[in-house]
Design a protein around this ligand. Structure first.
Ligand code: SF4
Length: 184
């Protein structure tokens, strides 16, 4: 049995997403999510059904130049923008909505967006991003724990479950790598 995933501040963190209730989706306007190779593969394979759901200018941008920008983060490509918004934003995240319709809202969405505002520190420990913590640089009002009384442990149950899944998958991957090396 694997050790459970470690969450540093889930007990005290506060987080409330107010998209549609005062927030117009600022994280999809200011963010530049990075994409892992397997996520790019999945999007490429499903692009024909995604394109018709996009804003016309975003669709035109992708058809001309692709959905990845030339900017890298941690050596990985990031999503392109069209008209100041992520190309996949159209009154909400199209990838989220399409995945939800198919039974898994995280199916097509980049991991960094799906987990937000949860991420890992330098020691691979999970934490909820909060103003003033871990040199948080993104000045989003939803990352300010003073802005809500909603406990992150309540509001982020799906994101926490996803982080735990990623944790398990990574441990399995490490184990299988160890096993493969042991048999070499
Ligand atoms: S992929 Fe979706 S959630 Fe992520 S920035 Fe783009 S529109 Fe927002």
């Amino acid at each position: 049995m694997d050790d459970p995933a470690v969450f540093l501040n889930l007990g005290e963190a506060r987080f409330e997403c107010t998209y549609g209730r005062g927030c117009d989706g600022i994280c999809c306007r200011e963010g530049r999510p990075l994409m892992y190779p397997e996520e790019v593969e999945r999007l490429d394979a499903n692009l024909p059904k995604i394109l018709p759901l996009l804003r016309p200018e975003a669709r035109a941008r992708i058809e001309k130049a692709g959905y990845l920008s030339g900017r890298l983060r941690y050596g990985l490509p990031t999503l392109r923008r069209a008209g100041d918004w992520c190309v996949f934003f159209n009154q909400g995240c199209v990838l989220h909505k399409l995945g939800a319709e198919e039974g898994d809202k995280f199916r097509y969405k980049p991991a960094v967006c799906s987990l937000f505002p949860i991420q890992q520190d330098a020691q691979d420990r999970w934490y909820v991003r909060q103003k003033g913590l871990e040199k948080e640089r993104w000045d989003l009002f939803c990352l300010d724990p003073a802005g809500t009384t909603v406990r992150a442990a309540e509001s982020l149950q799906d994101e926490v479950a996803l982080a735990e899944r990623f944790d398990r998958e990574e441990k399995e991957r490490q184990r299988s790598l160890g096993g493969a090396e042991g048999t070499a």
